[in-house]
Every structure is written in C-alpha cells, then in structure tokens.
Design a protein around this ligand. Structure first.
Ligand SMILES: *[C@@H]1O[C@H](CO)[C@@H](O)[C@H](O)[C@H]1NC(C)=O
Ligand SMILES: *[C@@H]1O[C@H](CO)[C@@H](O)[C@H](O)[C@H]1NC(C)=O
Length: 399
C-alpha cells in the first residue's frame, strides 16, 4: 500500500484544515496537515496520514520505512493525448480469461503507526455492503489487508488476537460465501513492528497458524506478505519459501501468492527478483504477485500516467520472465487517476494481461475500503473516484 498518497491534489494550497477522513500528511503531500475539530491527524504510513475521529494518539516511533521508493523510469511524461477510453460497452479484446479480477480492500491495516490501535478510530474492516456492490458488478477477487502486529500482538509465534481474527474471518467468509476469492494479505512489507523479519522459522510458525485457520476454505488465497522492500534478496526468497512450507505443512492446499523485493514491482522483476524462480510448492499452486503503477516513478502517488503505453512497457519484461520460467503471475495492485491518459494506459495494461493469460491470471485494483474519502484511486462504491471513473471499463474484464 505504498500507493496511498494524494500528491498534488491540494496544489493550490487554499485549504487550511483537512476534513473528516481526509489526508493530512505523507511524503510529498502538499495539503493541510491539521484536521477539522473533532478529528486528529493519524500517521498511517510514510505516504499517508489521515484525519480520524478523536484526539491525537500517543506519538509513534514505528515508521516502517524512511527510504523513498526508487525511481523506476526515466521516461518523461508524454504530452500526447490518449485515444478515447472506456466509453464503449463492447467486450474487452484479447484471448483468454482472468481467473482473478477484483479490488483490494483496505482498512484493517490502516493506522500502522498506532498499535494495536482502536477499531473504528485507527483501523476498520471493509464494508460488506460495498463488497456486495462490487460482487454484483462482477468482480470475483478481494485482497484483504491486515496487520500482523494486530493478529499476533506479542511475537510472531504467539497466539492470535481473537477479536481481530474474528473480524478478519467475518470479512473473508462474507467474500467466499458469495463465491468470490478472498486474498489474505499481511500488509507488512516484510516487517514486524518496523523491523525486517529475519527469523524464517518464526515467520513459518505465523503461517502455520494462519493456514490452519483457513485451510478448509478453498476460496481463500494466502499472500505471503505485502511488498517486501529494501531487504536482502535471499531473505525474501527464504521468507516466501518458509511461508509455502508452513502452509503446506498445515495441510492447506489453497493457492499461494508470493511477492518479491522492491515492492514486488513488475517493472523490475526481471532484474531484481529473478532468484524467486527457485520457489517450490508440492501443490504447484504458486502465483507470482507483482504490483505496477503507471505514474512517473511507479509509486502510485500521482494521478498522472506517463503515457498510454506505460503499463505495457513496464510489465512486458515480467510477462516474458513468467513465460520463460513456466510461472503464473497476477498484478496484485495497479491503478490510474481520473483522466483520459490513465484510462487509456489501464486499458492497454489490462488488454496486455488478458492477451497473455497463459501467464497472467488477473489483476486487483488498488483500492476499495470505507475510509478512503476522496483518495484519487478509491474504488469504494458508490462515489469513490476510481469506482466512478473506472468501473465501466474494469467491468469489461471480469472473469
Ligand atoms: C470487530 O468489529 C466489531 C464491530 O463489528 C467492533 O465492535 C470490534 O471493536 C472490532 N474489534 C477488532 C479488534 O477489530
Ligand atoms: C525487463 O523488464 C523491463 C520492463 O518490462 C523491460 O523494459 C526490459 O526490456 C526487460 N529486460 C530484460 C533483459 O528482459
């Protein structure tokens, strides 16, 4: 969720205070950093702070990362105008079908700067009625973020927090009871309480417990961790393999999404994450989850897309890597701003994935969730900016 910043929205700088649920901070954020009465600015991650109800929490020292996401493209933003997007209702081109096509559901991982935090104040769970609307639209996959520190508050090997597990399970069961897929996403960037996880045995113990919880539900997909980054490359491999071994050791035959280093970026996968080819799974149900944004540095922090072709250019190397190595992939996060160039770029990206559905199994938009307010990519029905501008287009690609 390195993507949740509203850079440039308040470029004119006239607003003095951010409103309820509004953004109030984050790297490059230009807007107001104080909140209206009754709300306080709560750090969520380095790229997003949000006005949440109530008084300010105690200050935190738990920033997960201070390094900026590396620049990923030297391309200058294109000035050419894009072709008309998304107005026709004809089916999406391309052979093949997506197995998984849906929306990330954010909320339970919010407020990572306040642990464990208070439900309804620092974090929340996705709205089942909003998910139902998306299911009615045809989406079949929901990636549900949560924080490992809330599920296992003491140490990786300790027992679950029952109340948090109950709420997570209710969300998951709502999704899978409707016949959709729930991707369980520890949104932890390879870290626990801000420290890179180096104990693969303890990480495995965490996954043994979690896999046992959901092993009987084949519509649950296990995502080992969100966006490993700025970590040792072999450690990323070993953490993924420890999770796979633990999940299979627990008797679970569910699909497993593995993620790579460098925020699991598709654009650099063929350079950075080539060692991930060595992952093994006795069930042969591994899917390589990569993320790809379309703004200048692939960070998902701008409404702008570099060009209509940028998505294809950034994933083509990953497409070739998957095929050359006999692997299957999914774009687990992507998005674009509400403008014609981004609509064209998202269209071309999805067309490319679909045309290469021998290796690409689907895509998951970043992001739905009840607390996004006016966030540029919000896919929360009925009024999220992304939902309003992209639902017509994305619906053409549903499985
Ligand atoms: C779980 O959700 C209920 C509301 O359904 C809420 O009252 C409770 O505080 C939540 N607990 C946690 C730990 O998320
Ligand atoms: C790696 O992937 C990038 C991005 O898709 C691509 O531009 C580049 O040509 C690829 N390099 C190799 C060696 O495949």
């Amino acid at each position: 969720m390195k993507s949740s910043i509203l850079a440039g929205i308040f470029a004119t700088g006239a607003v003095a205070q951010s409103g309820a649920w509004g953004q109030c901070g984050g790297n490059n954020f230009q807007g107001p950093t104080t909140c209206v009465s009754g709300y306080s600015c709560v750090y969520q991650n380095d790229w997003y702070s949000q006005c949440l109800p109530g008084a300010a929490p105690t200050p935190t020292t738990m920033k997960t990362s201070t390094t900026a996401k590396p620049s990923t493209s030297t391309a200058k933003p294109s000035t050419t105008t894009s072709s008309a997007p998304a107005t026709s209702t004809s089916p999406a081109p391309g052979k093949g079908k997506f197995k998984w096509f849906g929306v990330n559901e954010a909320g339970a991982e919010f407020g990572e700067g306040t642990l464990p935090g208070i439900w309804g104040k620092h974090f929340t769970f996705p709205s089942t009625s909003a998910i139902q609307t998306l299911i009615n639209d045809g989406y079949n996959t929901f990636r549900v973020g949560f924080l490992m520190e809330r599920l296992v508050p003491n140490q990786l090997t300790s027992s679950f927090d029952d109340a948090y597990l109950k709420n997570l399970t209710e969300t998951v069961n709502f999704i899978t009871n409707a016949g959709s897929w729930a991707v369980i996403d520890p949104h932890n960037y390879g870290r626990y309480y801000g420290k890179i996880m180096t104990d693969t045995t303890a990480f495995g113990a965490f996954w043994t417990k979690l896999a046992k919880q959901f092993a009987s539900n084949p519509r649950v997909v296990f995502d080992t961790n969100n966006e490993y980054n700025t970590m040792d490359q072999t450690l990323v491999l070993n953490l993924n393999q420890a999770a796979i071994n633990a999940i299979r050791g627990a008797g679970a035959t569910n699909y497993i999404f593995v993620e790579g280093n460098a925020w699991s970026g598709a654009w650099s996968w063929n350079v950075t994450n080539t060692n991930m080819v060595a992952l093994t799974d006795p069930q042969n149900k591994l899917i390589y989850e990569m993320h790809q944004y379309l703004d200048s540095d692939s960070s998902g922090t701008s409404e702008l897309c570099v060009s209509a072709d940028i998505g294809v250019q950034r994933v083509i190397g990953a497409t070739n890597w998957l095929r050359a190595n006999g692997k299957m992939g999914i774009i687990g996060e992507y998005a674009g701003g509400a403008n014609s160039q981004c609509l064209a770029a998202v269209t071309k990206l999805l067309d490319h994935l679909k045309e290469n559905s021998d290796v690409w199994t689907g895509a998951i938009w970043w992001a739905g969730g009840p607390w996004w307010d006016k966030y540029m990519y919000s896919f929360e029905p009925p009024s999220g900016t992304g939902y309003v501008n992209y639902n017509t287009l994305l619906k053409k690609y549903v499985a």
